[in-house]
Design a binder for this molecule. Sequence first.
Ligand code: ZN
Length: 183
Amino acid sequence: MAGPMVSVAVVGALARIARVAATNGGSRALQREVERFFRDYGPLGLDNESSRPTSVLSEAKLVEWCLCVIAENNPEPVAAHQVAATITQRLEDVERQIDYHDGRFRDLPSVTDLVEFIWLYVGDAALGRYEVRRCAECGAFFLVTDNRQRYCPPPTRGGKSRCLTRRQMREKRVAQRVPSSHG
Ligand SMILES: [Zn+2]
């Protein structure tokens, strides 16, 4: 069976889910992200038990820890081996196929649930296919889909990062306060 088609938008959406899952987003925020994912990418058909927010949440701390190790330049070998073993175990049922379509080769993983999909991207991050960065505002880890990114990805494609907005609002408040303190 051919797996779902992977696009940059899907990567962005999954990076968001992984971020919310991996950090303190909480189950409500995660529920919203997962619902948004299925609304936007419903045709992927990843609608089963392991795609429920509770299942994704239960993987959250492990995903966060793996991204944290991967993000390090020179990770502790014991930790890195543990990350490799974890990713391998989580992806043991995933088949990867190479497809040729519209003039280019594509990687088409047969993914059956959202948890697998998230681990697929953690694996790609470990292999250096995606850079992992730490948000300059909230400290959460995210997969880089645009080299200019310094903050958590925006909630919608082409939208504005909430963390960037928060920082700009704070800087604006500080800038407004400075003149008044002098006058
Ligand atoms: Zn952030």
